[in-house]
Ligand binder design. Sequence first.
Ligand code: FAD
Length: 408
Amino acid sequence: MGLATAQALLDRGEAVTVLEAREGVALETSYGNAGMMTPSMADPWNGPGVHRHLAASLFNPRSPMKLRLRALPSLTTWGIRFLRNSARDRHLAATEANFLLGNYSVELTRQLRDRLGLEYDAADRGTMKVFRDPGAMREPLALTRHLATLGLKFQELDPDGAVAEEPMLEDVRDQIVGALRFPDDAVGDSARFCTALSGRLAAAGTVIRLSTRARQLVVERGTVRGVVTDDGEMLSGRVVVASGAWSPALLRSVGLSLPVKPAKGYSLTLDMAGISDRPRIPVVDDAMHAAVAPMGDRLRIGGTAEFAGFDSTVTRTRIDNLAVLLRAIYPRIAAAVDFGKATAWTGLRPMSCDGKPFIGPTPVQGLYVNAGHGHLGWTHAVGSGQLLADLMTGHTPAVDPSAFRVDR
Ligand SMILES: Cc1cc2nc3c(=O)[nH]c(=O)nc-3n(C[C@H](O)[C@H](O)[C@H](O)COP(=O)(O)OP(=O)(O)OC[C@H]3O[C@@H](n4cnc5c(N)ncnc54)[C@H](O)[C@@H]3O)c2cc1C
């Protein structure tokens, strides 16, 4: 989000300095995500009935969305808002807003890729969601039809249609009851994107200061004055907080509360060199809440959400879950790959209490936020950067910013 915002501000003629706490860009949540750009999957995870799933998950180590008891105390106010926003009308409104931002963002990402010549294992072949239970398909289909009225393109497929789109599903054809195909979705490696983009930004004169943690915001008489880093104070009349799941900590230093919590996710990346049986498109298995996405010469299995605070240890059971998914969906690949050589990763999704990002000004003059994108941050990044840059520079944004207001 930080780099996308910097690029959009640069395009608006602004000079930007990026402060990054880590020794390189995209080493946190934007590193190993599932790589799918899916306006089609715009629905926040706190859908109607989420409280039942979360309560059941406390006692089920394999639950796709898991709540850890130790995380409960940190979730109180946020948790109440998370559950309140699962009401049908609020959930639908958030889904619509996310879809419109996502649709805009994916198109802008393509334009940026072509304009700057960014290479990040990008593919524009769309995605597909498969279902193993006719009951489970009803609600997603209704939601998809609704989003189609806002511009989402989709096809409803029977098992043969699904296999025609992704021939590697042949082995499980008899387990699939149907699928939804989204031709306009995309896929790509967000970490490679960030590395390529930071190179272009630096070449265009943007300063990217690595290993520079913002410790505190400096505010005087309601106006931002700069940022305190380990290297001292940096003065600036405008500051954007785009530090993902860590954004609330920084904002708290000036008395602002941002309802964003970390939702831990896992991915497993397999090297596919030498394996000829490869999927063509990213596939989401609805029953397993996980995705298998081809990314250049690699295959990435991503998914699961765990509310466990800022704990980023890789839990064996959760990683095993992803291997189980691969066996369930592509048994031939699972038999051919060496799981011992797979890269297991975990990242913290910055999850807002209503499933929509926070993009815009704060009550502190000159202080802005671009954070809280949850499971859609890669999809939303370039569009969110543009939206914020437009708000900061007095341009009319192409997407209605009101749904993403920071003070909502
Ligand atoms: C398993 C998994 C799968 C996912 N799959 C998808 C997907 O398929 N599609 C999709 O759209 N999204 C996906 N996501 C979500 C997506 O990865 C995130 O929403 C996105 O990466 C968030 O980007 P960000 O820039 O807000 O945060 P980050 O990528 O975490 O970046 C924040 C940056 O701020 C830096 N930072 C933090 N604090 C400070 C500080 N005080 N000073 C300076 N720097 C600081 C961090 O080091 C970090 O580099 C997935 C996430 C996970 C975990």
